[in-house]
Design a binder for this molecule. Structure first.
Ligand code: PLP
Length: 381
């Protein structure tokens, strides 16, 4: 039978992060610094709230945009924690921020539209954009300490630009956009019909003295800003699949349709657990990540890597340009020769780097770095 599938779905590839990781699993590799998967368990208070909700039979269909109690809790949390002013009706609860991003892009994009993705970036964005028939336009920040300059932006903006995605803190570099970058983007989009999608799912895992300013604070652009958030990283809840988007109601109203027909709603009892999660203080996790960040950074510098110290997330993204290998070759050889698994930068649109995830156990990190050291000593510099 000749089958004709959707043209765009056939253009999309599965995640290289997952593929590389799975290949290493098949090869029985020993040390994995690959996924953005906290080794911590979900806090007990969150699990208890979930069990309680189950026994209270919160097991039925919920409202499409999410239960009111959680939407109100999110609005309150965002007001107190991030000084963002959204009402419960401007919040939609989703299945992870993955679905918040998908619903956002489905709502905004028409075929032919362009979306600027500053790279390195989490390439889920590219896949969804391609699916809609729009075009992902990559803007390389790697030569500018992972910040955006005016020149860079003016080279990539066209009259087809519909949106730009700002991921801060960034996966994979761990960089937080500085005020200059925020102003640069603000000035470039303020008089244009361009949406700004703020993926801030690591904004509780930051190591700066003060909570950094976010693009979401530009009140004059409120109508064009969509915030995508996640419970996965700050509360070690990756498997629960819970996130949310915040946007003006005129956007939520349409995004809700994408969400309704794809998933109906996030799990009802899971949303009750989400209310409890917002009360959990992740600083204990954050301090462990901070210590690991310092350790990994120091070790990489000693090994001779050029590397930017991450201000957030649990990733670090050293340059491997001096070794003369592609990022895939570097990771493939490290896997073969030392049984250590890290992710090629090309999986984030950045060929000259590799991503090391330090959300795993201390001992695994230490052992993996010992082996990385042996590996790079063996490479010709
Ligand atoms: N956005 C970024 C930048 C990420 O790194 C991830 C996951 O790694 C996600 C979104 C998706 O997170 P989730 O769907 O688990 O909320």
């Amino acid at each position: 039978m000749a089958v004709t599938l959707n043209e765009n779905i056939q253009k999309i590839e599965t995640s290289l992060i997952r593929r590389f990781n799975d290949m290493a699993v098949k090869q029985n590799a020993e040390l994995f610094l690959t996924l953005g998967e906290p080794a911590f368990d979900t806090p007990a208070s969150v699990k208890e709230a979930c069990v309680k909700a189950l026994y209270e039979n919160k097991t039925h269909y919920g409202p499409n945009t999410g239960i009111k109690e959680l939407r109100e809790a999110v609005a309150e949390f965002e007001r107190k924690k991030n000084h963002l002013d959204y009402t419960a009706d401007e919040v939609m609860i989703t299945n992870g921020s993955t679905e918040a991003l998908t619903a956002t892009l489905f709502t905004l994009l028409n075929p032919g539209d362009e979306v600027i993705i500053p790279t390195p970036a989490f390439l889920l964005y590219e896949m969804i954009i391609t699916y809609t028939g729009a075009k992902a336009v990559f803007m390389d920040m790697s030569e500018n300490d992972f910040q955006i300059s005016k020149e860079m932006l003016s080279k990539h903006l066209t009259d087809k630009t519909k949106a730009i995605i700002l991921t801060s803190p960034n996966n994979p570099s761990g960089t937080i956009f500085n005020e200059e970058t925020l102003k640069t983007v603000h000035d470039a989009v303020k008089d244009r019909d361009i949406f700004v999608i703020c993926d801030e799912c690591y904004n509780q895992l930051v190591y700066t003295k003060e909570q950094p300013k976010s693009f979401c604070h530009f009140k004059d652009l409120r109508d064009k800003i969509i915030v995508c958030q996640s419970f996965s990283k700050p509360y070690a809840m990756t498997g629960w699949r819970l996130g949310y988007m915040m946007a003006p109601e005129y956007i939520i109203k349409h995004a809700m349709k994408a969400h309704q027909f794809m998933t109906v709603s996030a799990g009802t009892f899971i949303q009750y657990a989400g209310i409890e999660a917002l009360d959990f203080d992740p600083s204990e996790f954050r301090e462990v990540y901070r210590r690991r960040r310092d350790y990994v950074y120091d070790r990489l510098v000693k090994m001779g890597f050029d590397v930017v110290k991450p201000d957030g997330t649990f990733y670090i993204f050293p340059s491997i340009k001096k070794f003369g290998l592609s990022s895939y070759e570097f990771c493939e050889r490290l896997l073969k020769e030392q049984s250590v698994v890290i992710i090629p930068g090309i999986a984030f649109g950045s060929e000259g780097n590799v991503r090391i995830s330090f959300c795993v156990d201390d001992k695994v990190i230490e052992k993996a770095l010992d082996r990385l050291e042996v590996f790079v000593k063996g490479l010709k510099k």
